[in-house]
Design a protein around this ligand. Structure first.
Ligand code: ARG
Ligand code: GLU
Length: 672
C-alpha cells in the first residue's frame, strides 16, 4: 500500500499552477483542476460538472453506440451526435426509394422517428475509485500472471456487486495509469434510441475525405436521435408504447456564439491515447509502423480511387470502405510527421537519460529504461509482422470475408468489385513478400508462391470468373494460424511485461517529477471512459507564413461548392438560401458560422462530444482534429493541437431553414 500512497501523493503535486491545455481529466476529480479552469474563464464549479447527489452536466452526456459520444439537448430526450456517428443507422434506413444518406431525413412528427435495433446510449450513473478493493490480497512478490489472476477475480466481484440484478445497468472496472489506479463505472443503458434527423451527406459529410482531418473545415457533421424509455422513465426494450426519456439534465444551447479566446470544455469518451510511451515505442510508431501501414493503405486507396473514378456504381459501392481506409491512413501521416517535427523521440531519450541517472540506487527504477529497450527490441520485428498480417494479408476483402465465415454475405456481395480486390491482392501480397523476412512467412505462403511462381499467377488462380472462396478461406486460415501459433504468444507475453514496466515507470516519472520540482502534469491515458478537456477557441499556424483563423462560415461552403466534385456538391436548397441570405435568426455578420477550432485535448471517441462554454451551455459538437496536431495521442503540442467542432448555430440553421423542422428547435432551450 505504501507504493500506492506515494502514487497518489505524486499525482496531487503541482495542482494549482496554470497549465497548458493538454489533458483529459477524470470528472469525479475535476475539483483538482477547477482553479485552473476558473482562471481560464470557466464560471461554474466542480460540483456542476460532476456530482453524485445532484444533477450535473455529466447527466446530459452519453456514450453513443460503441465508440462515439452524444448529448441530450431537450427535456424530451432529444440527442445530438455526429453525422459520421449515426452513419450506420442513417444508411440502414436508406433504400432506393428513401435515400436518407443522399437526401437527409427529418421526422416531422414523433411517430416518424425511426427505431434502431442494436443501438444503445449509456448514461454514467457514478464512477468510483476502487483501487484498494481491486488490489486486495496483492503482494509485491507476486508474478504478473498471479497479479492478473487476482485482479480479475476482484474485479468480477466488484462488478457483480455493483450490478446487482438490474438488467439495464452496465458496470465496468477500468485500469488507469497502467493499473496503478482502478475505477468502477456504472451506466444506465437505454436501448430504444430513434433516428430523428440527419442532413444530406453533402452537408453532413461535406468535404469528404479530401477535407477530413483538416482545417479550414466546413462539414455539418451532426445527426439527431431521441432516447425513449418505459413509462417509469427507466430503460426498456423498443416498444411503440415507450415514451420520450425525461433526462436528469439537458444542455441549454448558446446561440450568442463564441469568439477567439473564449473558454471551451469538451465532455466525452476519448478512446485511446499513449502519452507516456518510452522513446522506443514513439520511434517505432513514427518511423516504422506508421510508414509501413501508410504505404500499404496507399496501395489500396490508389487502386480503389482509380476504379471509383471510372464508374459511379463502383464509387457508391466503395464510398464507405474507402472512407474508413482513408481515415486512419491520413491520420497516421499527420501523426508521424508531428512526432518527428516535435522531436518527441529525442526529447523522450533525453528525459530517459536523466531519469536513469536519478534512478541509480533506487532498485525499483534503476534498470527500467534498459529493460524497456530489451523488451521492445525483442518484439520490434514481430510487431511489424503483426502490422502486415492485418494491413496486408487480411486486408484483401475476399480473404477476410471467406476466412471469417462469410458473415454479412448480402451486403458483402452488394458492395464488392472483384477487379479492385484482385489488384489489391497483388499489390499487398507482393509488399508482404518483399518487406517481411522469409523466416516469418508461413510455410503455406512460401509453398503457394513456389507453386504458382508469382503473386500475379497466384492471383489468377484465386480470382477467376468468380473469386475462389475455398482458396480465400484457406489463405486466411493458414496465415493466421501460423501467426497465432508462432508469434502471438511471444507478443502477448512480452506486451504483458511491458505493461508491468509502464506501471512502475508511471510511478517513477511522478516521483522524479516531484524530486526535481518539475512542472509536468499527469493525467491517465484515454481508455473510453468519461473525461473533461478544456481550453479555448484559438487559431494556429500550420506552416511558415500561414495563419488559420478559428471560425469557418457558410461563405466558405459556397467557395468550395462545385457540382462537378462529389465531395463538394451541396444541395441546391443551400445555394438558394445563401443567395437569398435567408438566414433567419441565425445570421452572424452577414453569414452563418459553420465550424471552429479550439485547444481542447481530444481523440477518436470524442466524436459527437458536447463542446461547452464558460457557463456550461452547448456551443458546438466535436468531430475531428487538425492534421498537424494528430500526434496529440502521443505528444501534445499546444502550438498546433486543435480539436474541430461544428458550431451549433450551423446545425440550428440547417434544422430550421433547410429542413423546416422548427418543432425540434422549439423543444430546445436556446440562450440568446
Ligand atoms: N476524422 C474523423 C474521425 O476520425 C471523421 C471521420 C469520418 N469522415 C470521413 N470523411 N471519413 O473519426
Ligand atoms: N473523428 C474522430 C472520432 O470519430 C474524432 C477525431 C479525433 O480523433 O480527434 O472520434
Amino acid at each position: 500500500m505504501k507504493r500506492f500512497a506515494l502514487f497518489l501523493l505524486a499525482l496531487c503535486a503541482g495542482v494549482s499552477v496554470l497549465r497548458a491545455d493538454e489533458g483529459m481529466w477524470l470528472p469525479s476529480e475535476i475539483y483538482k483542476n477547477i482553479q485552473d479552469m476558473q482562471a481560464k474563464g470557466f464560471k461554474l464549479t466542480a460540483e456542476d460538472i460532476y456530482s453524485i447527489n445532484n444533477s450535473s452536466l455529466k447527466d446530459a452526456v452519453v456514450h453513443f453506440g460503441g465508440g462515439c459520444t452524444g448529448e441530450i439537448i431537450s427535456s424530451e430526450g432529444l440527442l445530438i451526435t455526429n453525422h459520421h456517428c449515426g452513419y450506420g443507422q442513417i444508411q440502414s434506413h436508406s433504400s432506393v426509394e428513401h435515400d436518407y444518406l443522399t437526401d437527409g431525413f427529418w421526422a416531422m412528427t414523433r411517430d416518424q422517428e425511426l427505431p434502431n435495433p442494436g443501438l444503445t446510449v449509456s448514461f454514467l450513473e457514478y464512477m468510483e475509485d476502487v483501487t484498494e478493493q481491486v488490489l486486495k490480497g496483492y503482494k509485491p512478490t507476486m508474478t504478473e500472471e498471479q497479479r492478473i489472476a487476482l485482479v480479475d477475480k476482484n474485479i468480477k466481484a466488484i462488478e457483480k456487486k455493483a450490478k446487482g440484478d438490474v438488467p439495464y445497468l452496465k458496470v465496468q472496472v477500468k485500469a488507469l495509469y497502467y493499473g496503478n489506479v482502478y475505477y468502477l463505472y456504472v451506466f444506465k443503458v437505454y436501448s430504444d434510441v430513434r433516428l430523428v434527423g440527419a442532413p444530406p451527406s453533402s452537408i453532413g459529410k461535406f468535404g469528404g475525405d479530401t477535407d477530413n482531418w483538416m482545417w479550414p473545415r466546413h462539414t455539418g457533421d451532426f445527426s439527431l436521435f431521441r432516447v425513449y424509455a418505459g413509462k417509469d422513465n427507466e430503460p426498456a426494450e423498443y416498444s411503440k408504447d415507450n415514451v420520450p426519456y425525461t433526462p436528469k439534465r439537458f444542455f441549454k444551447i448558446n446561440a450568442k456564439g463564441i469568439g477567439e479566446g473564449d473558454f471551451t470544455m469538451v465532455y466525452g469518451f476519448p478512446g485511446r491515447t499513449n502519452e507516456y510511451l518510452i522513446s522506443d515505442a514513439a520511434r517505432y510508431t513514427a518511423q516504422v509502423s506508421n510508414p509501413h501501414k501508410i504505404a500499404l493503405r496507399t496501395l489500396r486507396l490508389d487502386i480503389q480511387n482509380a476504379e471509383m473514378a471510372k464508374d459511379k456504381a463502383i464509387r457508391i459501392k466503395y464510398a464507405s470502405k474507402n472512407a474508413s481506409v482513408s481515415n486512419a491512413w491520413k491520420k497516421w501521416q499527420g501523426e508521424a510527421k508531428g512526432i518527428i517535427k516535435m522531436r518527441a523521440v529525442e526529447n523522450k531519450e533525453e528525459f530517459e537519460a536523466k531519469f536513469t541517472e536519478w534512478s541509480k540506487g533506487k532498485p525499483e527504477y534503476e534498470r527500467l529504461v534498459a529493460k524497456f529497450h530489451e523488451l521492445y527490441s525483442a518484439i520490434e520485428e514481430l510487431s511489424l509482422v503483426q502490422d502486415y498480417q492485418s494491413e496486408a494479408l487480411n486486408a484483401v476483402e475476399i480473404v477476410s470475408f471467406a476466412g471469417r465465415g462469410q458473415r454479412g454475405a448480402e451486403k458483402f456481395w452488394k458492395d464488392y468489385h472483384m477487379p479492385i480486390d484482385k489488384a489489391s491482392f497483388i499489390a499487398l501480397y507482393n509488399a508482404y513478400n518483399k518487406n517481411i523476412a522469409d523466416k516469418y512467412k508461413s510455410p503455406y505462403f512460401k509453398e503457394k508462391l513456389a507453386e504458382y511462381g508469382s503473386i500475379e499467377k497466384w492471383a489468377d488462380a484465386l480470382f477467376t470468373e468468380q473469386p475462389n472462396l475455398e482458396m480465400a478461406a484457406e489463405i486466411y486460415k493458414e496465415t493466421n494460424k501460423h501467426f497465432r501459433e508462432n508469434y502471438a504468444p511471444v507478443l502477448d507475453s512480452v506486451n504483458k511485461e511491458i505493461t508491468l514496466l509502464y506501471r512502475t515507470y508511471m510511478r517513477g516519472m511522478m516521483e522524479y517529477n516531484k524530486a526535481t520540482r518539475g512542472t509536468k502534469v499527469f493525467y491517465p491515458d484515454a481508455n473510453s471512459t468519461l473525461r473533461v478537456a478544456y481550453g479555448h477557441v484559438k487559431g494556429y499556424s500550420p506552416s511558415d507564413a500561414v495563419y488559420y483563423t478559428p471560425v469557418s462560415s457558410l461563405d466558405g461552403i459556397i467557395q468550395k461548392d462545385n457540382p462537378e466534385i462529389y465531395d463538394y456538391n451541396i444541395p441546391q436548397k443551400l445555394r438558394d438560401l445563401h443567395a437569398a441570405k435567408d438566414y433567419g435568426q441565425w445570421e452572424v455578420n452577414g453569414s452563418i458560422p459553420v465550424a471552429f477550432i479550439a485547444t481542447n485535448h481530444t481523440t477518436g471517441g470524442n466524436s459527437g462530444s458536447p463542446v461547452l462554454d464558460a457557463e456550461g451551455n452547448l456551443i458546438g459538437v466535436n468531430f475531428d482534429r487538425v492534421w498537424e496536431g494528430t500526434m496529440s495521442d502521443v505528444v501534445f503540442d499546444p502550438e498546433v493541437c486543435r480539436n474541430i467542432s461544428l458550431d451549433i448555430r450551423f446545425a440550428l440553421f440547417v434544422i430550421d431553414r433547410l429542413a423546416g423542422a422548427n418543432h425540434l428547435i422549439e423543444e430546445m432551450e436556446i440562450v440568446k
